[in-house]
Design a binder for this molecule. Sequence first.
Ligand code: MTE
Length: 309
Amino acid sequence: MLIQTRTRATLREADVTPEALYLDRRRFIGASAATLAGGLGLNGAAAATEASGKDYADGEAPNSFEQITQYNNFYEFGTDKGDPARHAHLLQTRPWTIKVDGECEAGGEFDLDALIKTSELEDRIYRLRCVEAWSMVIPWRGVPLATVLKRFKPTSKAKYVAFETLVDPKQMPGQKRRALPWPYREGLRMDEAMHPLTLLATGLYGKELPKQNGAPVRLIVPWKYGFKSIKSIVRIRFVEKQPYTTWNDLQAREYGFYANVNPTVDHPRWSQARERRIGELFKRKTLMFNGYADEVASLYEGMNLRKHF
Ligand code: MTE
């Protein structure tokens, strides 16, 4: 984990430097000079510049493009945080077809570019909280999942929606090992899927999604642990019963189906009360529903969140 082993000063610089500035500085003064300048704390001006997009992270500074694209979980490319950045270039993201089936009237096979038009994309800055107790702030570009799902005309039997990632060990060399049972699968209750905060992301920092972040299209559910935000989606299925989901099926005691961020329900092997924001030295308090309680708590009214964690 490269990011964890750097000095505090370097981390701070990288933490607050938006991609454009970061790349410009690299281009003009070179990598070693930039690292030196960062180490000396000479980049204060960069800290004031913000990523563009509607702020859903209470003004918290977005992580740098470098952090967002070098520290990843994407087991299809390996289990180390640096593996996705190293190997994701093998993934072919065009043409990209998504199969839609199950309880809907207008399913079929859809070309991604026909399904999601660039004109409907919006930029939103969200916190992302991993179940491993680290977090980032990421400026996504995408479309509300509800906008897309409505086009398939789900029937009244559609109580859940299930998603699958591509399986192709040639493009995703991590799949040559059975680190997880492939395909990676996730699912949401229909009301969670239709919630206005739930996003289908095709980009970040204002441009196409880097492959290690789940190109060409991934889910973002900002009030849930990151493992719900499935990457490189090739199938969407409307179903009546709670679908099979990878981590929950693997270890239900550790990973719930709901996986709502909850500082009061610890993972059996570690506390969820606090989290390490990538690039920061001291841990922060984890927020209920990752800070989105006002928007989403009503979805779970009357549910025992210790049982349905
Ligand atoms: N999707 C697939 N297909 N495979 C994965 O291994 N990891 C999940 C999620 N989506 C994962 C996935 C986990 S644990 C997290 S925290 C987020 O992706 C990480 O997203 P990021 O790498 O863009 O930060």
